[in-house]
Design a protein around this ligand. Structure first.
Ligand code: NAD
Ligand code: ZN
Length: 350
């Protein structure tokens, strides 16, 4: 059997290549090696390529989302066996540390957390080594496609946990979502589960605003020719949004969220930031505003898998483009030019 494979390797800001690398092997008792059947690209990968995520160093295989088939497991793996179809989550969980015992797997201090495609080699490859396989993979349920399940590796739980649940969306709320990329759309989809009065999607790309309508936004705003704060105030007797969800990851959109939220409301930051943003405490101190931040924990993955399996969420509509893995660089190009290509999630198949 071949001991090499192909993978997307990061070579510093702006540089990546689809190249031949050694195939991963089981290193720890609790590892699995998974053959990647479907994989996708995240907005976070674009941040890494901009140089926003310093922990990612030259030579790292990117990617933290995959659905695949278990090829080999270490002797300590109990629940996963070769041949199983599994979701490889963006978050790896040791299962035993203080944070894991609390369901905060993203903050794992036992060797997990967001490590794939960050601190260890990731999923944009023909094979991936998954540490703590028992607590970091999920069985693919019957009756759903790999593509649908792939949407729960990251964007599904991220929009739901870090946007909707951290934002404490309740029935009747007016929810503003800034950034209608896959993560913002996932937040819109998750907010709809709570019957909000209005969901306002705000994005510079009209293609993304069109997608936001499909996912359930009833109001869309392009801030390049309309003032989002005025639109939201007009819907809320001048007060502002109950919940403002930041799903871009730049200072301007975080600051916009703090301007959109009503007194007593919540700003839920989801975006990955590469620099500081201004916190206008001179305006906010008196408003009783809650600001949350978060790396996804993926504690909601089992819930979302049940909602998928019972057809209460439609995840297939995220997938706009499909490629063979050999065309990975084209897939990156299509995803990075989403405003022109209309890409939401691009799926690559091995
Ligand atoms: P994306 O790049 O596909 O989408 C971002 C969207 O923001 C685009 O539609 C873009 O047009 C829009 N946008 C850019 N500038 C804007 C502005 N000034 N005003 C309004 N809209 C603007 O990314 P994505 O995959 O949807 O991810 C969104 C963010 O979530 C990224 O920062 C990503 O890194 C982050 N993320 C965070 C976590 C977490 O755990 N917190 C997990 C995954 C992704
Ligand atoms: Zn991601």
């Amino acid at each position: 059997m071949s001991t090499t494979m192909h993978a997307i390797v990061y070579h510093g800001p702006g540089h990546k290549a689809w190249e031949e690398v050694p195939k991963p092997t089981v290193q720890a008792d609790t590892d699995a090696v998974v053959k990647v059947d479907t994989v996708t690209i995240c907005g976070t990968d674009l941040h890494i390529l901009k140089g926003d995520v310093a922990a990612v160093t030259d030579g790292r295989i990117l990617g933290h989302e995959a659905v695949g088939t278990v090829e080999e497991v270490g002797p300590g793996v109990k629940n996963v066996k070769p041949g199983d179809r599994v979701l490889v989550s963006c978050i790896t969980a040791c299962g035993a540390c203080r944070y894991c015992r609390d369901g905060s797997y993203g903050q794992c201090i036992g060797g997990g957390g967001w490590i794939l495609g960050h601190k260890i080699d990731g999923t944009q490859a023909e094979y991936v080594r998954v540490p703590f396989a028992d607590t970091s993979t999920y069985a693919v349920p019957e009756g759903v496609t790999d593509e649908e399940v792939l949407m729960l590796a990251d964007i599904g739980p991220t929009g739901y946990e870090v946007g909707v649940l951290n934002g404490r969306v309740r029935p009747g709320d007016v929810v503003a979502v800034v950034g209608a990329g896959p993560v913002g759309l996932s937040a819109i989809m998750g907010a709809k589960l709570f019957s909000p009065a209005h969901v306002v999607a705000i994005d510079l790309a009209d293609a993304r605003l069109e997608a936001a309508k499909q996912f359930g936004a009833d109001v869309t705003v392009n801030p390049s020719h309309e003032d989002a704060v005025s639109v939201v105030r007009a819907l809320t007797q001048g007060l502002g949004a109950d919940v403002a969800i930041e799903a871009v990851g730049v200072a301007a959109t975080f600051e916009q969220c703090t301007a959109l939220v009503r007194p007593g409301g919540t700003v839920a930051n989801v975006g990955v930031h590469g620099g500081p943003a201004s916190l206008h405490l001179e305006e906010l101190w008196i408003k009783n505003v809650t600001i949350t931040t978060g790396l996804v924990d993926t504690y909601s993955t089992p819930t979302l898998l049940r909602l998928l399996a019972t057809h209460q969420v439609d995840l297939a509509r995220f997938v706009t483009h499909r490629f063979a893995m050999a065309d990975f660089l084209d897939a990156y190009d299509t995803f990075a030019r989403a405003a022109e290509t209309g890409a939401l999630k691009v799926v690559l198949t091995g």
